[in-house]
Ligand binder design. Sequence first.
Ligand SMILES: N[C@@H](CCC(=O)N[C@@H](CS)C(=O)NCC(=O)O)C(=O)O
Length: 203
Amino acid sequence: MILYSYPMAPNPRRVRIFLAEKGIEVPIQDVDITTGENRQPDFMKKNPVGSIPVLELDDGTCISESVAICRYFEALHPEPPLFGTTPEEIAHIDMWLRRVELNVMSTVGQVWIHGSPLTAGLFDQITAAADFGRERAAMGFKLLDDQLADNEFIAGDTYTIADAVAHSTMDFATGLVAMTYDDSLVNLKRWHDMVCARPSAQA
Ligand SMILES: N[C@@H](CCC(=O)N[C@@H](CS)C(=O)NCC(=O)O)C(=O)O
């Protein structure tokens, strides 16, 4: 089994954080997305979308999409459960996971593509799209802050996949994308400091 990854990329990091929380070790092979190694024919055979992460099983089966890879490991190693166990927990965690993906990761990603000097040579950047992304990301940060006012973790009182994805997303936002969140979002800051202090943050 091999996990194709890249150190600074937020989507593979979700999987690495998830694996660290589960205590699972998987051999990792880096694919340099900055030089387009992921777009070479050999890699496109593993994932026709060309993105990382990809998990290649010993029989050659390839699974892409970070959350699908996490679900695979959850099924293999149910403890500790990070996707919930009861129908209500599973739905609640999935609801928050999708909220993080749609309201935070996708909006931060828009700022990365359209507003970062680091990607200026790669994309035809549209300033209005970056501004819209920033505005929507601020709403996403507030959504998380409100939720974290009454909950220790994103989906309630235990660590879940929603925390792994939000952690990788917030590190990406405040790191590579150089975004900040408002000082008034004290609950988000409390949670961000907490997940950064967990051993899985080293993943
Ligand atoms: N929805 C996908 C997104 C994967 C993705 O966008 N990966 C980025 C790295 S964070 C990538 O491979 N970018 C390079 C490219 O697409 O060429 C997932 O969750 O795995």
